[in-house]
Design a protein around this ligand. Structure first.
Ligand code: HEC
Length: 256
């Protein structure tokens, strides 16, 4: 069921993303370079250390503007946090608790059953705080954008000075890989923006790769399971081919 919802939601996201592109932007924007990811290929899995570092980057940087509404605090155990650690992360935010007995809204600490708390109360508030631009929800972003993980990594590392003659709007930044090159998100990470718990050096490239891995997991949490199942099916088919061939030989052995 969750997979169905995720698939449907990513289709809607994709449609919205395509509709939002200016008609000629696709030709003039270069495709982001292809990188090799731990989760690529038939045997790919998510690098657990990268996932946890990526979560740290999301939490300390991106979460200030981008929601992650399809991920629940309990899902953090899937990236290697203990139940206690996931509970502590949830409890560190105050979520809307509904109405108390007096009919007044109240807040309570988050629990494992809550989804990630959004930084803004609604889209209007998010736009108002970001010069009119909406920071998209990041739960399905990797699936919703052409280029997937390479695109996200490209955006994060694609900031540069605008070429001379390029009319950059006020408050906008030039980004090599954003359609049309004008993005209203200023470069979110710079060297040492976070201090990694595991001591990894926090370069822009490292943080970009880690947070992209984390967002790829958010979009496709079932990827490892799906690949394992695919491998089992292939093994089963090979086995069945052998069995069928053996049966065929036996049946035809007496016919000359
Ligand atoms: C200060 C607020 C802010 C922070 C912090 C921030 N973003 Fe953004 N982000 C935005 C806004 C606003 C947009 C919409 C830009 C636009 O449409 O021009 C955006 C757009 C993006 C896009 C492009 C999405 C698309 O539509 O193709 C990506 C990718 C992205 N953000 C990733 C991140 C990541 C990863 C982080 C954390 C490392 C992060 N952002 C931190 C505000 C922010």
């Amino acid at each position: 069921m969750r997979r169905l919802i995720l698939a449907a939601a990513s289709l809607i996201g994709l449609a919205a993303g395509v509709a939002a592109l200016p008609a000629n932007a696709a030709e003039e924007t270069p495709a982001p370079p292809k990188r090799s990811w731990s989760f690529d290929g038939m045997f790919g899995t998510y690098d657990r250390a990268a996932l946890q570092r990526g979560f740290q980057v999301y939490k300390e940087v991106c979460a200030a503007c981008h929601s992650l509404k399809y991920v629940y605090y309990r899902n953090l155990t899937e990236i290697g946090l203990s139940v206690e650690q996931a509970k502590a992360v949830a409890a560190s935010v105050e979520v809307n608790g509904g109405l108390n007995d007096q009919g007044e809204p109240f807040t309570r600490p988050g629990t494992l059953a809550d989804h990630f708390k959004a930084p803004y109360a609604n889209d209007k508030a998010a736009r108002a705080a970001n010069g009119g631009a909406l920071p998209p929800d990041q739960s399905l972003l990797v699936n919703a954008r052409e280029g997937g993980a390479d695109y996200i990594f490209g955006i994060l590392t694609g900031y540069q000075g605008a070429p001379s003659g390029f009319a950059l709007g006020e408050g906008m930044s030039y980004n090599k890989y954003f359609p049309g090159h004008q993005i209203s998100m200023s470069q979110p990470i710079s060297d040492d923006r976070v201090t990694y718990a595991d001591g990894t050096k926090a370069t822009v490239e490292q943080m970009s790769a880690d947070v992209t891995t984390f967002l790829a997991w958010a979009s496709n949490p079932e990827l490892e399971q799906r690949k394992r199942m695919g491998i089992r099916i292939v093994l089963f088919l090979i086995l069945m081919t052998g069995v069928t061939y053996a049966v065929k030989r036996k049946v035809w052995a007496s016919v000359h």
